[in-house]
Design a protein around this ligand. Structure first.
Ligand code: HEC
Ligand code: HEC
Length: 362
């Protein structure tokens, strides 16, 4: 990654020197202040390398700026709402106060449940329907969204430009003399890539530091096992596999929630009828803290989620073939359901939820 970072930073610098000739540079914009420190990702054991876009290398300055912007209420039309209003760290693991739908600044409720921001540096295709290809593109969305922060980017930028600290922070992070929405999004994406959870009980178990209880252990086995004639299994791993610490396959599936769809899901993005009712498998990390569940928050508890999968779900033309047990169900015993939930709770990472590096900067 280091090999990529230096040339990218240099290209930015060279293009700036070229575009900003001495005379037309703003007076107070001293480009010599641009000397960013590369930021190295603290990658948990067993996680794959994070692919960082070559045109947005991580820097200490960029991450710190992104964190400040994540908590910046002036990004909303009436200065009351920041990203963190709907993505609350404690104790909700960056979801929205246990509410089903978020409400924007004009009091209008959306129709999707706020997603947790966890390990997104390893994800691709953001939102429930995957309509944003990168974290940078995702971060451009909420500010102008009329049912979220509802403010034109030009107005948000004007507020940041008028601030006493932001112009210099952008200069130091990106070597730019004028703030723009692209760099706001780049900084936020850099911060989000640092929001890594890898210290749950399950991670400690994998590192040999703690043991799982017999119930948690059995839940893990059920999670990773197909149901067969001889053995019960919950078949979760196909779509929420633990490989690389992800607990998601980063793909889109119809997991049998409905037979008729009010939210078309992935089809809204691709226009393909074969994508009807498909949504991104979310990570199950910190799932204990992020109720309610599913794209529309229809399930209030993990018990209800397990009951859904145990029942087999609802048939429809796009139902995922991996949901093999529709009509029959998983036929788990009460003890097995409890074991599965006990295992899911080992994915809770309070170090992540309480990490001071992710909290509102003072
Ligand atoms: C009004 C509440 C609200 C605000 C404010 C808000 N979000 Fe969200 N966020 C949501 C909801 C709801 C979703 C899911 C939307 C969807 O899938 O259509 C979401 C999805 C996301 C995702 C996708 C996660 C994934 O796994 O794909 C990211 C990242 C994110 N928000 C970051 C941000 C950032 C950065 C900001 C500030 C610029 C922000 N959000 C402001 C409610 C909000
Ligand atoms: C065919 C793929 C697939 C299988 C198999 C599967 N899931 Fe899911 N899971 C998904 C998708 C897709 C979603 C999001 C669906 C939506 O919101 O419309 C989801 C959502 C969830 C959620 C809610 C997450 C959130 O943030 O709201 C939980 C919890 C969950 N699954 C647990 C499990 C468990 C436990 C199993 C095994 C019993 C399992 N899943 C099996 C694909 C699958």
């Amino acid at each position: 990654m280091r090999i990529l970072k230096i040339p990218a930073a240099l290209i930015v610098l060279i293009s700036l020197v070229q575009s900003c000739k001495k005379d037309d540079c703003p007076q107070d914009c001293d480009l010599s202040l641009y000397n960013p420190t590369p930021y190295s990702i603290n990658r948990p054991q067993g996680f794959p390398e994070m692919v960082i876009p070559a045109d947005n290398p991580m820097t200490v300055e960029g991450v710190a700026l992104g964190r400040k912007l994540f908590y910046e209420k002036r990004l909303s039309g009436d200065n009351t709402m920041s990203c963190a209003t709907c993505h609350v760290q404690q104790p909700f693991s960056f979801t929205d106060n246990a509410t089903r739908f978020s409400t924007g600044i004009d009091g209008i409720e959306g129709n999707r449940n706020a997603m947790a921001i966890i390990n997104l540096g390893w994800a691709r295709n953001f939102f429930w329907d995957g309509r944003a290809a990168t974290l940078e593109l995702q971060a451009l969305g909420p500010v102008p969204n009329p049912i979220e922060m509802h403010q034109r980017w030009v107005d948000a930028i004007a507020k940041l430009e008028a601030d006493t600290t932001y112009p210099e922070l952008f200069l130091k992070a990106f070597g730019i003399c004028e703030i723009d929405s692209i760099h706001v999004a780049m900084a936020i994406a850099q911060f989000e890539r640092t929001m890594i959870s890898g210290n749950s009980k399950f991670d400690k178990f994998l590192r040999g530091e703690v043991a799982l209880t017999p119930s948690e252990q059995n839940g893990f086995s059920l999670f990773n096992r197909d149901k067969s004639d001889f053995l019960s299994g919950a078949d979760c791993f196909h779509c929420h596999g633990s490989a690389g610490g992800a607990f998601t396959d980063n793909d889109f599936h119809n997991n049998g929630l409905d037979s008729v769809f009010t939210d078309l899901g992935r089809e809204l993005t691709t226009g393909d009828i074969n994508d009807r009712g498909k949504f991104r498998s979310p990570t199950l990390r910190n799932i204990e803290l992020t109720a309610p569940y599913m794209h529309d928050g229809r399930f209030a508890t993990l018990e209800e989620v397990i009951e859904h999968y145990n029942s087999g779900g609802h048939p429809s033309p796009t139902l995922d073939p991996l949901m093999k047990n529709v009509g029959v169900g998983l036929e788990l015993t009460e003890q097995e359901k409890t074991d599965l939930i006990n295992f899911l709770k080992t994915l809770t990472d309070m170090d992540f939820v309480n990490n001071p590096d992710f909290s509102e900067p003072q």
